[in-house]
Write a protein of this length. Sequence first.
Length: 319
Amino acid sequence: MVRVLVSGGAGFLGSHLVDRLLQREAVSALTVVDNFWTGRPGNLAHVRDGRLRLVEAAVEHFSPAGRFDEIYHLASPASPPWYMAEPLRTISANVMGAARLLECLEPGGQIAFTSTSEVYGDPLVSPQPETYRGSVDCTGPRSSYDESKRCVEAMLFAAHRTRQTRIKVARLFNVYGPRTRPDDGRAMSNFITQALRGLPLTVHGDGSHSRSWGYVDDIMDALELYFWKAGLDYPGPLNIGNDREVAVLEVARHVARLVPGSRIIHTPPVPQDPTNRRPDLTLIRKLLPEWACRVHYEEGAARVLSWFENEFESLAAGS
C-alpha cells in the first residue's frame, strides 16, 4: 500500500491530481498540505474519501508524523500577479518546500515535481525541447518563479545523482480549466471572468504573444501516465502541454464571441512577458505514445465558461 503526500493539493492543478490519485486502489492514505495562499478548500469539498487528510500549513514548515512513499510537489503560485506580488514567499514555497519534502520521503520512494515552461524564459527557439537551456533573466521581475522552479529541478537531479532518489520532473505549459480562481490573473480565466462580469477583456500589449493552451483533463492524463500509471522509470524533465500555439488576442476574441456584448481593450505590456510558448513533444510522444492533447482551446474555453457561470450562480445564491 502507498502513502502519498501532495503539497498544494487544494490548488487548481493539485486538486485535480488528488482526484486522480484517489482513483488508485493502492493508495492507502493521501495527505494534502496547503496553506490556502492560492489554493481553496472548496476545490476538495467534493471528495468523500476517508483516505484523504487535509493539513493547513506552509509546505516548508510541514512536520508529518511519518514518511511517504510518493510525494507530489505543487505548492507554488503559477500566475505572474501572484508570484510577482510575493516573490520571496514564492521562492520559499518552491525551494524550501522541496528541501523539506525530500526529508519526508521514505527511502526508495518517489518525489515528483510540476515544473514549468517558464524555465525556458523568453525562448529564442521554437518549439522548446527539454534540452533547451532557456533565455531567463535571473534577476528580473519574473525570476522568483522561473529561477525557483529551475532551482528545484537542480535540487532533485542532484539528489537523483548523488543519493539515487527516484524523481519525476514534468514541465507544464499554460494549463487552464475548472477550479481556477476568479482572480487567478492568467489570460484564459481573466478573459472569461471579465466577460461574465460585463467588464472589458484586457489584453496586455498588442496580444501577439502566443501560448500553447493545455486543458487540465489532457494534462492530468499525461501526469497520471508519467507519474505512476505507465510504469516509466524516467526522471525527466518531460514537456507536457498542447503544441498548438495560439496568440493571446485570438483567445480573447474567441471568449468575446462566447459572451456576446464583450469588448476588448489593450493595456500596457507585462514586464518581460515571453513572446512565445510551444512545447516540443517529441520525447513524450516516444515515452507515452498513447497520450495526446485532445481538447482544443475553443472547446476548453467553453467548458471553463460554463464552470465559471455555475460558480458565480452558486456565489450569488449563497449571498
